[in-house]
Design a protein around this ligand. Structure first.
Ligand code: PMP
Length: 334
């Protein structure tokens, strides 16, 4: 897609139209062209800016969000950041509910942007204290507030159907054989996948799950059953959200953290790409898809957010050691 020739009208116009970058190591290892979509370059620093912009525009169009209103959301952090960026540009407030297990950097970013941040202990989705249910209750109790409801509000996947998919199609001139990514809400995989399949029904769509998520077993065996666990943030789903409804994939992978972290560290050290762990899960999935499909194919995946959001975790040797994970090799003696 063209980059902006004119100054952008506002920050909303800076969302999307992110570049694709060839991932040299993964491409050379597979004989394929593996491309990453640089979603970390969005103004709020993640893929979730797209969903935030569409969710806010939808709430405005429905008349649910009036000037000076409040947007409430439960989030692992990135959607809250995206919503707050959009809210600040459009004159709204945000109340963001986040599990206290998510990175300090995302908490600090939300506070710096002016969101009202409410940290809650991590709880299963079936528990009324879960961050999603807490955010819904707060929205109901707050005058002039709307609940963004990213998991079950399909304005989320529409963002990817209308923007991410056509951008990827145009950027590859239609030379794309496969697409894969992990699922948090499912907006990215479903919206981008459905959009790309509209352009080419033969494109191979793959789910890449982290450990501890239930969708791998759902697509492989028809049962929603989670196994293992992951320190990744923002991904790992155990239910069929509205954004996942109607999705069918051609194949599925389940990637352990150690494998994903290897890609994150390699891409940082050898290609200058500083990424979060969900991007590593996605790249690992793209490599597996490339191996399944054979040399010469073009596979696209999502580089969801920046590693700068995880300096205290996956780029911190002490933290990695405590989790039994490989430390960034260049930091081992720091
Ligand atoms: N990676 C990160 C870091 C995220 O924050 C999210 C969103 N929760 C995702 C991936 C997954 O995106 P989606 O919600 O569209 O499935």
């Amino acid at each position: 897609m063209d980059s902006h020739k004119q100054p952008a009208r506002d920050v909303l116009e800076l969302i999307g139209n992110t570049p694709l970058v060839r991932l040299r190591g993964p491409s050379e290892a597979t004989g394929c062209t593996i491309l990453g979509k640089c979603e970390f370059m969005n103004p709020g620093g993640s893929v979730k800016d797209r969903a935030a912009a569409f969710i806010v525009a939808d709430a405005e169009a429905r008349g649910a969000l009036l000037p000076g209103g409040t947007i409430v959301e439960g989030t692992a952090g990135n959607t809250g950041i995206g919503l707050t960026v959009v809210a600040n540009a459009r004159g709204y407030k945000t109340i963001i509910v986040m599990p206290d297990t998510q990175s300090q950097e995302k908490q600090q970013t939300l506070r710096a942007l002016g969101a009202e941040l409410i940290l809650v202990p991590a709880a299963p989705y079936s528990n009324a204290a879960h961050y999603v249910h807490t955010s819904r209750r707060i929205a109901e109790e707050t005058p002039g507030a709307v609940w963004a409801n990213q998991f079950d509000n399909i304005a989320n996947r529409l963002a990817h159907l209308r923007t991410t998919a056509p951008e990827i199609w145009a950027q590859t001139d239609g030379n794309i054989d496969g697409f894969t990514c992990a699922v948090g809400t499912g907006g990215t995989l479903t919206g981008t996948g459905m959009g790309l399949k509209e352009f080419n029904p033969d494109l191979v769509l793959a789910l890449t799950d982290p450990e501890g998520a239930a969708l791998y077993n759902w697509f492989a065996h028809g049962e929603l059953r989670a196994e293992g666990n992951s320190v990744s943030e923002g991904i790992g789903q155990s239910r069929i959200t509205a954004n996942l409804e109607g999705l069918s994939v051609d194949t599925q992978f389940r990637v352990p953290d150690t494998e994903a972290l290897g890609y994150v560290h390699d891409l940082q050290q050898h290609e200058g790409l500083c990424l979060g762990l969900s991007s590593g899960i996605n790249v690992a999935g793209a490599v597996r898809l490339a191996r399944d499909m054979g040399p010469g194919k073009t596979i696209v995946t999502i580089l969801c957010d920046s590693g700068l959001r995880y300096l205290s975790t996956i780029y911190n040797p002490a933290w990695c050691a405590a989790k039994g994970l490989p430390a960034p090799p260049w930091l081992r003696d720091a």
